[in-house]
Design a binder for this molecule. Structure first.
Ligand code: SF4
Length: 279
């Protein structure tokens, strides 16, 4: 069941608000400008050039949070992570883990259905250089907060990149949900279990920058979803692979990635500064 299968429900209302949003002048200008100057391979295509809502199963237990739509991916096709290489990686991994009906995600009308999974982003408009400003993130944040309130069955969250990781932790704080005393540090494969039973898993973003350079490989990405499946089944690895807010040990990781690092004091707003690149 996807979010567009019912009328008049709060998630549908929220998604309608998102796609009509014009709060960020810079991003409105950018999403429309790229539509007017597409690369050769997309010439002649009609771009959606609007904000993107989340996509997937309203009863999802797995939530994936990305950074923002790609200028010539979601901003073109009108569906998040659809029509670009990041989406190719993401939906293949979701399909392999049995969360998606197909491995490809080329167009919004391609019949793709998600099962027990919902995909969203910290920012809903494509930002120049994939770098939203802190002010733009703040403007867009209420949409993520409302999504988190409406997706009541979510038990596992995969943060695709450091910005998504921080955005989710900040959202938890704003929603009054339990957090560790120290902010968990992002790493690929980091696993954090909160006192309310939700598990957060960190993953490098499947951006071309990460996948082309080998920073993120298919096996590494696959293991993230294996961990998510285990967590949904109540079998997340421990000890040493999970971290609860009662347990202040460094967040553990799976697969290849950054070495273990101790947690650091929480940034006052739980977000910090945007990194230069997808991570
Ligand atoms: S980034 Fe978010 S708040 Fe800004 S215009 Fe797009 S949807 Fe609206």
């Amino acid at each position: 069941m996807d979010t567009h299968g019912r009328s008049g429900d709060p998630l549908r209302v929220l998604n309608g608000e998102i796609v009509g949003c014009t709060r960020c002048p810079r991003l409105v200008a950018h999403r429309e400008a790229v539509a007017l100057a597409p690369p050769r391979r997309f010439r002649g295509e009609r771009y959606a050039a609007r904000p993107l809502s989340g996509f997937g199963d309203r009863r999802a237990r797995l939530l994936l949070i990305g950074l923002a739509p790609a200028a010539h991916g979601g901003n073109r096709t009108g569906r998040i992570f659809t029509g670009d290489r990041s989406g190719d990686w993401l939906f293949r991994a979701l399909w392999e883990a049995r969360f998606a009906s197909q491995a490809e995600s080329a167009r919004a009308d391609d019949g793709l259905r998600l099962r027990d999974a919902y995909v969203t982003a910290a920012v809903r408009c494509a930002p120049p250089g994939n770098k939203p400003t802190t002010r733009e993130m703040r403007r867009c944040e209420p949409y993520l907060l409302r999504e988190l309130e409406l997706l009541r069955r979510v038990r596992v969250v995969i943060a695709l990149g450091r910005i998504a990781w921080r955005a989710y932790l900040r959202a938890r704080r704003l929603l009054g949900r339990p957090l560790p005393g120290r902010a968990p540090i992002f790493a690929h494969g980091a696993v954090v279990r909160f006192a309310d039973g939700v598990t957060l898993i960190g993953s490098y973003h499947p951006s071309q920058q990460n996948t082309f350079t080998g920073k993120l490989t298919r096996p590494m990405f696959r293991r993230v979803f294996t961990t998510a499946r285990r967590a949904l089944a109540g079998r997340a690895r421990r000890p040493g692979a999970d971290r609860s807010d009662r347990d202040r040990r460094p967040a553990a990781r799976i697969g290849r990635g950054a070495p273990l690092r101790a947690s650091r004091p929480a940034h006052p707003d739980g977000l910090g500064h945007a990194p230069r690149h997808h991570s």
